[in-house]
Design a protein around this ligand. Structure first.
Ligand SMILES: Nc1ncnc2c1ncn2[C@@H]1O[C@H](COP(=O)(O)OP(=O)(O)OP(=O)(O)O)[C@@H](O)[C@H]1O
Length: 200
């Protein structure tokens, strides 16, 4: 399977943010996207996820049929927002995402253990600290399977131990034949096969 971005142009509010961005990812490869504030990292990720239209160029997934007909179907998108409901318990949040996304993968108790939060599945999400909420958002990547992970500042708010834990989860996903596109200002503790510096 290959994720191909060909000559992408990104626009916000009628302004060109970037143009001619191309890359290719194959199974097991990760792309680190860096660049100054406002250089277009989130815009690029949202275009790849299919949440924003490209002003030019195209993103395609080759060889994903029949399971993964397009990039959107094949991707988990973790944005700045955690997309979790404060009134539901941690476990209910993850169950809701698993049921919505389908392709059940890691059982919820195990996913909670993998992010080091197996003791608090019963708590309302709203009780959790900022870093704990982010770790539950990361557990969402595990409970349903998607080969492509699109991660926008995934480690924002995480302590050092959680960063290391998350680096191991990303490495395992790549070893398993997955692909990762991550935009970040922070070192993510992974040897990336590709790097893209926006605004350079
Ligand atoms: N809805 C919008 N309307 C107009 N301009 C926007 C909109 N959203 C973002 N922008 C502009 O697009 C540019 C790129 O924003 P983007 O969020 O992609 O940058 P970024 O590289 O992810 O930044 P950061 O490192 O701060 O997260 C910025 O100049 C921003 O102000």
């Amino acid at each position: 399977m290959r994720l191909v971005a060909n000559e992408l142009d990104g626009e916000r509010g009628g302004e060109t943010i970037f143009s001619g961005v191309s890359f290719v990812l194959t199974a097991g490869e990760g792309l680190l996207v860096t660049g100054a504030n406002g250089s277009g990292k989130s815009t690029l990720l949202r275009i790849v996820a299919g949440l924003l239209p490209a002003a030019g160029g195209a993103v395609t997934l080759e060889g994903g049929e029949p399971d993964w007909p397009d990039v959107m179907a094949a991707s988990h998108y973790l944005g700045h927002q955690n997309a979790l409901k404060p009134a539901l318990s941690v476990t209910e949040n993850l169950a809701a995402w698993r049921d919505y996304l389908g392709e059940p993968h890691v059982p919820i108790p195990e996913a909670l253990e993998m992010v080091g939060l197996d003791e608090i599945g019963h708590l309302p999400l709203g009780y959790l600290s900022t870093g704990q909420k982010r770790r539950i958002a990361i557990a969402r990547l595990l409970v349903s399977y998607r080969p492509v992970w699109l991660l926008d500042e995934p480690t924002a708010g995480l302590d050092r131990a959680s960063e290391t834990q998350f680096a191991a989860l990303m490495a395992a996903h790549l070893e398993d034949g997955g692909m990762i596109l991550a935009a970040t200002h922070l070192p993510l503790g992974l040897d990336w096969t590709h790097e893209l510096r926006m605004g350079a």
